[in-house]
Write a protein that binds this ligand. Structure first.
Ligand SMILES: [Zn+2]
Length: 185
């Protein structure tokens, strides 16, 4: 299982701190709900790619003493199983939709195919975004046929609510995230 945590630092700082990051204390097991602090159970390494450089970072893993299941704590600037950071993905998707410009000269951008993949995923998840927002905030998306318009509306709405915290809420509610293979609960 993966949990998000906002470390309040950028990817570069997180990478530099390595295993000395300020890892949170998990007081309750998300698997069995036991109220007994989980103990740290090692680390694994993963990539965090940005348009301006690549990092190898340590992800901490915890284990519950009661049920013996593990939890990994992912910094909220990343998405599970995605190599690029959330802000990199967000930026290129916005550019592809014509909502912003500026990173297209950055040295380490995702490939064209990669960008199209992110946009497709996001567009495929629009109706799940709709369900999540309707359930949580009674916010209903616009009824327009053009996918691009709807996608743009949802991008603005996610930003208005705080992209990182919304994604964390979605994840905790079992909706996964807007670039997941199948978002929805
Ligand atoms: Zn447990």
């Amino acid at each position: 299982m993966i949990q998000f945590h906002d470390f309040g630092i950028d990817v570069q700082t997180y990478a530099e701190r390595g295993k000395d990051n300020d890892f949170p204390l998990l007081k309750k097991c998300p698997h069995c709900r036991a109220k007994r602090p989980l103990h740290r159970h090692g680390y694994y390494e993963r990539n965090a790619l940005t348009p301006h450089g690549d990092y190898r970072i340590w992800i901490v893993r915890y284990r519950c003493r009661e049920c013996l299941k593990t939890v990994s704590v992912l910094p909220s600037f990343l998405l599970p199983y995605f190599q690029y950071t959330l802000s990199a993905i967000w930026q290129v998707v916005k550019e592809q939709l014509g909502l912003t410009e500026g990173t297209n000269r950055a040295p380490f951008l995702p490939t064209k195919d990669g960008i199209i993949f992110y946009v497709r995923r996001f567009c495929r998840n629009l109706s799940s975004l709709h369900s999540f927002f309707a359930r949580r905030w009674r916010i209903i998306g616009p009824i327009v046929k053009k996918e691009k318009e709807r996608a743009s509306w949802w991008i603005r709405t996610l930003e208005k609510h705080g992209l990182y915290s919304v994604i964390r809420d979605m994840w905790e509610d079992g909706f996964r995230h807007p670039f997941a293979n199948q978002m929805g609960s």
